[in-house]
Every structure is written in C-alpha cells, then in structure tokens.
Write a protein that binds this ligand. Sequence first.
Ligand SMILES: *[C@@H]1O[C@H](CO)[C@@H](O)[C@H](O)[C@H]1NC(C)=O
Ligand SMILES: *[C@@H]1O[C@H](CO)[C@@H](O)[C@H](O)[C@H]1NC(C)=O
Ligand SMILES: *[C@@H]1O[C@H](CO)[C@@H](O)[C@H](O)[C@H]1NC(C)=O
Ligand SMILES: *[C@@H]1O[C@H](CO)[C@@H](O)[C@H](O)[C@H]1NC(C)=O
Length: 899
Amino acid sequence: MASSLYTTTTTTTTTTISLFLLYSALLPYPTLSGRVFNHSITPNFTASFLQFVDHSGAFLASKSGSFQARITNSKQESQSYYLVIIHVLSNTIVWSANRNTPISESSELRFSPDGLTLYNETGHSIWSTPSKKRPSSVSSLQLLESGNLIMVDGMNKTVWESFDSPTDVIVMGQELLVGKSLVSSVNEEDLSEGSYRFVIGENDAILQWNRMTYYKLSMDTKAFRDTSLAVEYMVMNFTGMYLMGSNGTVVVIRVILHNSNAVTDDSSTFRILKLDPNGVFSIVKIDATDRSQTPEFMGPADICRVPSICRRLNVCTNGGICQCAPGFHSDPIMKNGDCVPADNSLDLPDSCDGSLSSNGTAVKYMSMRDNLDYFSNDFMDPILRNVTVSVCQDLCSRNCSCLGIFHSQDSGSCYAIQNYLGSLMMKSNPARDKDRLGYIKAIVVGNPNGNSEDKKSNFPVLAMVLLPSLGVLLIAMVPTIIWLRRRRRRRKWARNVNKKTGRANSSSSAEGEFEFSAIPGLPVRFNYDELVVATEDFKTRIGSGGFGTVYKGTLQDGADVAVKKITCLGAQGKREFLSEIGIIGKIHHVNLVRLKGFCTHGGQKFLVFEYMNRGSLDRSLFGNDGPALEWQERYEIALGTARGLAYLHTGCEHKILHCDVKPENILLHDKLQVKISDFGLSKLLSPEESGLFTTLRGTRGYLAPEWLTSSAISDRTDVYSYGMVLLEILRGKKNSSAQTRSNNISGNNINTGDNRSSSSSGESGHRLIYFPLYALEMHEEGRYSELVDPRLGGKVRMEEVEKLVRVALCCVQEEPSLRPSMSNVVGMLEGILPLGEPRIESLNFLRFYGRRFTEASRLEENNEQNEVILYRQPLGNSSTTGSYNSFSYMSSHQLSGPR
Ligand SMILES: *[C@@H]1O[C@H](CO)[C@@H](O)[C@H](O)[C@H]1NC(C)=O
Ligand SMILES: *[C@@H]1O[C@H](CO)[C@@H](O)[C@H](O)[C@H]1NC(C)=O
Ligand SMILES: *[C@@H]1O[C@H](CO)[C@@H](O)[C@H](O)[C@H]1NC(C)=O
Ligand SMILES: *[C@@H]1O[C@H](CO)[C@@H](O)[C@H](O)[C@H]1NC(C)=O
C-alpha cells in the first residue's frame, strides 16, 4: 500500500545502442555504385533487413536502378520495418506492403511458389499476396523500370502487381482506377493509414477526411474539364495529370503541369503524386541531373481548407497559423493543441461511441464569428432547408453524431458537422456566405463538487477555484505576469490562512505563519478541532493504507471528505511537508482526487481529500458482494485512470510520477467518476534522498522490472503498472491469482470460476498460468474473448476488449522506451491514435516471470498481495551484470519487505 512520490522535472532516458544505429552509422549514405542487385528473384527466396543491411535492406532493383524493393524502416531510429518500393533518387517510398503492421529488423519476407509473405518475429504471417487458386505457381518476382513490383507465373503472365494496390503515392505512368484511393500515412515515420483519402470518383477526383469531402479537383482553378463522360482512371505523364474516360481515349479532366520546356522533358524528369500525411496531395517533379525536387501542384492550394491542418476548433489563417476560435482555449489537460470552451462549465460532447451518452445533459450552442466557416459546407448538401436556426439546433441536439451546425438565415439551410470536429477556416467568399453562421455544440458539465461548494461555502473554496485557473494562466503568460500573479496569490493565501487560523484560538497555528505565506498553492489549513467534529472523533474508518488510516467526515458546509491521518512520516522538516502539500494541492483534474486541505496538530499530520462514495476499484472489481462492473463501466474506468495519469505526467507544472498505480488507488464515485488517489506523496515518506540507498515503494504485481534493475525510473514505470491494472480490469481478478487453463487447446478452455482458491495445481488436465502471460498468448492467437471476466456473460464490445488487451501489452513491455506514454494510451483508448503493436521480444520476460510465478503459486496458495519495500541502488551505480536481469524477474515476486 505504500506509495512513493516522485516529483521531478527531468525525464530520464535509457540509452540503448541498437544494432541498427551501429549499422547506419557505418553506412550513412547507401549508394548504388559498386553493388549488384537482383532484378528478378525466384522461389524459394527469403530476406530480412538484417540480412541485407549492407544494402540498406534492398534486395531487388529495377534494371536501371531507379527503384528498389527494400525491407527498411521509415526513419533511422525507428524500430518499425516495412517492405517498400523506394524511388532511389528522391528517396521516396512509393509503395509499402505492410503499412499497418510493421515488422522488426529480423523479420522475414519469403517468396515461395505461392507468392510473397511477410512474417513477424514469432513466425506469424502478417501480410501476403492474395493466394488465389492459380493454374500455375509463381515463377518470379520482378521490379519493373516503372516502379511496379510484379509477380509472374510460368507463362510470363502477371499474377499480381503492386500498382494494383497503391498506398499513398502514384508514380508517372501508374493508373489509379476509378473507385480506388490513396490513403495518407499517419506521419513520415509511421506509415500506417492516416485519416485522409484521395479518391477517384466517376466524375471527379476528391479528397476526404473521415468520409467528408474537402476538395474536388474539378473545382481547382488549375483543372479543366473537357467532357462529362465517366472517369475510368487517373494517370500522370510528362505534360500533366489526367482523368481519362472511354477506354483511355478521352480526357475528362486535365491539369497541365508547368514545364519550362516540354520538348526536353524525357527521362531527365520524373513525377510523383503523393497524398501527404497533412492531407494535401502534391505533385513533385524530380530532376535526375541535379536531384532537385520541385513542387508543381498542390491540392487544396489553400492549406487551411484541410480539415485538421490545425487541431480541433483552431482557426487556420495565413497558410497554417493555428489559433483557438474566440470563446475557446487550448486544452489545458491534453495539451495537444485541441481547443476546448474557455468557459469551464462547458465541454465538448464525445462522439456517439463515447459511452457516456449525452442523454439528459444540457446542451448549449457556442456561436462562431460570422467570418468563420467549416470546410465541409461547400461540399455537402444541407441536412435541412427552409428551417430556423432553432430547428436546426434541435435536430443537432437529438443526434449524438452532430457536433455543431452552420445555418444560413436567408436560405434557411442547415448544415451539420458530423462525427469529427476539425479546424475552422476563414470564409472563402464572405460576401456570398455572410449569413451562414456556425454554432458549436457544447454540453454543460455537471461539476457537482465545484458547483455545490461554490454555493455553500465562502472564501476557501473560492480561493481553491481560483487557483487552478491561475495555474493555467501561469503556464501561458509571460514571465512578468507570472511574477505578478504569484505575488498576488501569495498575498491572497497569506490573507486566507490568517483568516482561517485566526478563527480558532489554536496554539499550533502560530508555528508556521511565515512558511505559509512563502509557499504558494497551499490548500486550506484545517483546525484539528474542526476535523474532530467533522469525523465525529474519527469514528468511521473507511480504509487504511501506506500513509495511515482514512476516516470519513462531513465538513460544516455539508461536503463529505476523507480524512487521512498520516502515521508513517519520514523525518523531514515541516517546510518540505508543506511544499509537497502545496504541489499536490495545486493539482486539479477531473480524474485525480482533490486535496481539499490539511492539518497539523502536534506531531500529527492530516490530509483532507474529497470523498468518493463508491470506494476503491478493487472493491467493485474483485468483490463478490455487488454486481460485477459492466463492460462499459470498466472501459470508462480504464480511460479515466489513463487521463488522470496523463495529466500527472504531462499536465502539471512539475512532472509527477505516481509510483503506486493499482486498483486500491483508483477511486469511484456516483455515475462513474474515476479518480486516482495517493499521488504525489513520496517525499512525505522517503526517509532520506541523499543516502546510499534509495527506498522505493510499490506493490508487488504492479512493479515494473526497472524498479529492480539499475534502469531509470520514469513516467513509463507508471505506464507498466497501469498496463497490469488494465489486465485486472479486463479479467475482474487480480493478476496475482493464477489463471487456470486446460492443457488441451480446444475452444473453451478456461476455467475461471470465481473461486479464488481454484488455482490449485492438482486438477487434472489443467495448469496454472500467470494471467499477463496468458494475455500475451491469447493475443498471439487472436483469442481475446478468452481473457474477459466470465461474470460479464459475454456482454462486451469485442473490439474494445482487443484494444484493451493490446494497449495493456504495449504498456507492460519490458523495455520502458517501447511503452507508450500515458497521453498516447489515452489517444489509443479514445480511438484517436492507431493502436500500437506490442513487441513480442519485449514481452518474452513474461514467459520467464510466468514460470517463476507458477512455481511460487503452487507453494503459497491464496497469497495476499504483500507490500514490498525494495532497496534499490542509486542510479549511475554500475552494477549491471549479466545475472541482473534474471534477478529482476523473480525478485519482485519473492522479495517481501521488512515492514
Ligand atoms: C520451395 O519450398 C517449398 C516448400 O516450402 C518446396 O515444396 C519447394 O520444392 C521449394 N522449391 C525450391 C525450388 O526449392
Ligand atoms: C519469359 O520472359 C523471359 C524474359 O523476359 C524469357 O527469357 C522467357 O523465355 C519467357 N518465358 C516464357 C515461357 O515466355
Ligand atoms: C500525356 O497524356 C495526355 C493524355 O493522354 C496526352 O494528350 C499527351 O500527349 C501526353 N503527353 C506526353 C508527353 O506523352
Ligand atoms: C444522425 O445524423 C446522421 C447524419 O445525418 C444520420 O446518418 C443518423 O441517422 C442520425 N442519427 C439519428 C439517431 O437520427
């Protein structure tokens, strides 16, 4: 139960030198000279990056060497490898096979008579050419001079070609057929599919973002339509870009590209059309003689027409300058550039698949300035015509997929913003569209604590409400203002504290007046007598933990509180205590338990927290007395916890590591409020920082391997614990209770009666397995449903289950730098970021750990989670020996603390 607190402003990194870095240092600029490449390969052939590392992973080249097929990573440091075709001169990836499922440097490509297949490091096939029944088997793989990778059979008949399945690029001569599309990459390094599409339609080429059109080629000033015949394909040659029809005999739409001298065009120039990660499609001319790259065409020409060129609800101006729309400010929590209503009582609704339905919540519309417009208005038909703005709004309020509207007063047209909110732009034709006004849908958030307190109590709460907003300002404002604010705030606190302490004739209050005024952000100081009254002389004990005992209380203003009596304090000074309290007191986030105040009385110290009436997650999750938590509740808890941790790691002035993430420290309140407790308290506990050994505390089962090695502790250490908690949320049982599974692999092989002691090894046909390892194995087999709490009776969303398992596995990877940040976890759970792929080689430690675990659980059944205290050598101590790693895996189970 012990927590430890770790406030640090620096992130520590582990230095690892990968083989690859070494190689790339030796071979910085791969060239063609002096190397002989295959132009064609025959079965059976295998290749991996490491195997062809001398050639930067290239195993096949076109005749003149303009194109190469490689297994390579997109950026030098990246661990994600892809099978790609690269245009050598411009170093552009023009095609990739496995963009959504990268492989590792040692993973293999195999070319067999059945075709091409890519395997991941565990030998599972992750990509292959379609295995149609063919009359004859495949006889060779060739990279043509055009950049087309083709597979031919014994009759020299092409049975597969890469030009048929383009990714985000087409090259000169390549035809993009009607109905096909290019899909942008997430970014230059992550080649997986992003949110933009370039689609060839029957009468136009269009750009879409989440299925919403934001550009039509025919509307471009540089495009000319010759006929209205149906489009069959798009193609580029030396003179331009063409949408062709009528079996390629008629040009439907043409874009003539600038060409200084159309006669001397040949062979010295090459063109690539690419849909960039930022949503713009561009045509670049590459000159073979000087390798220069000249952009010749961009669509849309005004980058502000790209839906999310700026993040949500920013106004894009002057070719990409982003600024929150009036009435909005940059999201202080996520810090990702999204804008949220500046008015704290308003929030943007989740889209439909956010599980908290907006039923019954009050909706408000924030009107936009009349010079602002939304990209889709010019390309979409209104959802209603001849209606008033209130009819339009009503329709939007009733539909969770509607996130805002634009309404034109003159015509009564009602346009909806659906599912996704991008950036706003300035009206392209203000005269024409002047009466079209935008309204963004917002929900009035019930901040029950904040609101009710505001009404009930007087100054201290006011001050507490003021503080967080000051905190936000502090981050944003120039130093002078910081100074001014601080000074003002200090004075305010000094006043408040004086007022508060002056109210009671307390003898203990005299001791630290000076200190109080010097420590900004200090929460309310309670008088001991007040706490005695509030808790009815510490009558109702609601818990005990690493810091001491927790009592329920009710303040004079009626607010319920949890009063923590701290019994195991380190021997540090009062000033340190207060400055820690100051830091914790300043942290306000909807997913973090709020510190309302503190009290010192003689040698005793108390912390007063907001009260969470449903207690800690372990009770609801592992307890047998209530109904099991529904799936949707579990998902919300996972998400809320992730948001809280992300805020601790990146949202506050000081980075705060929790260091003891576990269900006992995740508290629940009515209506699924999720809050993390016990963060930021380490300095209250750790006896001395300067000693030879640093004492770190955590809880067995959630401790990341690096606690036991000399690797640095970082925010990724919390991520590990969080991943372990995710698995418990999924299963409804502690990871420390072994999973029973039958030895035969047939379908329904889990025996998860809720009987904790069922994990006996004697049962015939069953064996015990460490649950995180079981999760890994089921992930490898794609059998995610096996992992779900049987009490849910299958009432789950399978795609969310899979998401949770994959996120959990990413989080518990042994190598901290491979674990996602908490912000990325939030993004993945919300579906904003693509899911990461857990790397098996960084999870193999679970197999070792699992073996130890199984042995141990045979010995001690029904073992309670013991608290452990670990003695850890200070960083920089060079005690990294070969035996170190194996020590780490077993010891977090075997160590038990001298407490
Ligand atoms: C290639 O491998 C397959 C089995 O994977 C085998 O049947 C075939 O004979 C091999 N062909 C050659 C040319 O070695
Ligand atoms: C296939 O093409 C190659 C050269 O491109 C040629 O040498 C070979 O004879 C051809 N095979 C058949 C069966 O046509
Ligand atoms: C490019 O293609 C267009 C349309 O097919 C054709 O009219 C034009 O002559 C071609 N230009 C060159 C240089 O091949
Ligand atoms: C919400 O609006 C979308 C788009 O107009 C529509 O497809 C969907 O059916 C609507 N949902 C409801 C519940 O009306």
